[in-house]
Ligand binder design. Structure first.
Ligand code: NAD
Ligand code: WQD
Length: 337
């Protein structure tokens, strides 16, 4: 049985991926400092899978502790690296925090992997590395030119991983996620933000009556209805992409970069309207000004992941929104009791 160490495994995407790993019969070791998550997510993953995982409440910035975890756990076969700070706006206000946590954390992790002879890593990258691409759908060989410190950390971590892979012959999978949304079909695990920075969790909270209205960031974009278009990807599909990437790295020890999206775009207005239909809630929405740094349209060309990983997105918009709503309505306070 393969043992996978998952950094940030208590988080939104990490928890769904831990569940997918346990369901695929991997052993799972989580390292998470719970700085943006709750242990309750781990409890629920264990309940859903009817399996136990090994949990370490620790920061990846603590190299000594990381070394000890690798030693204690023995025979870790691969790492999936989610642990990072991820809010674009906050990264502009506190760039040093982002460079410290994301870059230094990744360096510590790679050192510990090297010391323990663990040579496969799947990394959470982001479509944010493309900035505003010249063409959409965007392919993996498009220019990398992020427009904010968070995106810069992702681009830098990609480069660090590529150099490490090339020097030591490691297997590296850089998964560039587009816009992850939705929740597990049980509604028991999902995204639990303090304050939602992204569209769908914000709309969920408006539907639930926690917030009064959604502000649409610009209605004058060169898109069919004037609002921003994005490639939303169900978090369960995203979790499965990680399992496929682990299998790929077993067979091919080189660096692979994959877009993980559907290739199908939806506008802000379409998202809000579909949410209204599914939740049967009013969801007041007003038009506001554009948010700095937003691009009109961002879509993935995920052909490479389809071909090389044998991965395909299974869930459509209805499932993305109905599971997000199920999670929100079943857990009005998120993981808090
Ligand atoms: P999240 O905040 O829910 O999960 C990140 C987890 O990492 C949290 O549990 C947090 O406590 C943990 N963490 C942060 N710093 C840590 C540290 N120093 N040591 C140990 N644990 C630490 O975020 P998410 O949405 O699940 O994102 C997971 C990854 O995917 C991140 O790397 C993020 O940048 C990337 N990503 C997310 C999105 C998105 O829209 N959610 C899109 C593209 C890429
Ligand atoms: C989607 C659309 C907004 C909120 C971000 C990060 C990216 C990646 C995914 C981590 C846009 C509009 C939003 C609101 C709105 N994360 N919107 N009102 O900006 O595409 O991507 O999350 O890697 O790095 O930048 O996602 O959900 O914030 O926005 O109108 O209250 O919704 O303008 O068109 P985004 P988002």
């Amino acid at each position: 049985m393969s043992k996978i160490l998952v950094t940030g495994g208590a988080g939104y995407i990490g928890s769904h991926t831990c569940l997918a790993l346990l369901e695929a019969n991997y052993e799972v070791v989580v390292v998470d400092d719970l700085s943006n998550s709750s242990y309750e997510a781990i409890t629920r993953v264990e309940k859903l899978s009817k399996k136990k995982l090994s949990f370490h409440k620790e920061s990846i910035l603590n190299k000594e502790a990381l070394d000890q975890i690798f030693q204690k756990e023995k025979n870790v076969d691969a790492v999936i690296h989610f642990a990072a700070k991820k809010a674009v706006g906050e990264s502009c206000e506190k760039p040093l925090l982002y460079y410290q946590n994301n870059i230094s954390g990744t360096l510590q992790l790679l050192e510990s992997m090297k010391a323990s002879n663990v040579t496969d890593i799947v990394f959470s990258s982001s479509a944010t590395v493309y900035g505003e691409p010249d063409e959409v759908p965007v392919k993996e060989d498009a220019d990398v030119r992020p427009t904010n410190p968070y995106g810069q950390t992702k681009a830098m971590m990609e480069q660090i991983l590529k150099d490490t892979g090339a020097a030591y012959g490691w297997g590296i999978a850089l998964l560039r996620y587009f816009n992850p949304v939705g929740a597990h079909i049980s509604g028991d695990i999902g995204e639990d933000p303090e304050y939602p920075n992204n569209l769908l969790p914000f709309v969920s909270q408006v539907a639930a009556g926690i917030r009064k209205k959604v502000t649409i960031f610009g209605e004058d974009y060169p898109t069919p209805d004037g609002t921003g278009v994005r490639d939303y990807i169900h978090v369960i599909d995203l979790a499965h992409a990680h399992v496929k990437a682990l299998i790929k790295l077993k067979q091919d020890k080189s660096t692979h970069t994959y877009n993980i999206g559907t290739g199908r775009g939806y506008s802000v207005k379409e998202m809000v309207e579909t949410f209204r239909k599914i939740s049967q809630k009013e969801i007041p929405a007003v038009c506001g000004s554009r948010r700095e740094g937003d691009v009109p349209i961002l879509l993935a060309d995920a052909t490479l992941a389809n071909k090389e990983l044998g991965w395909q997105a299974e869930f459509g918009l209805e499932e993305m929104i109905s599971t997000a709503w199920k999670w929100q309505s079943q857990n009005p306070k998120g993981y808090k009791a």
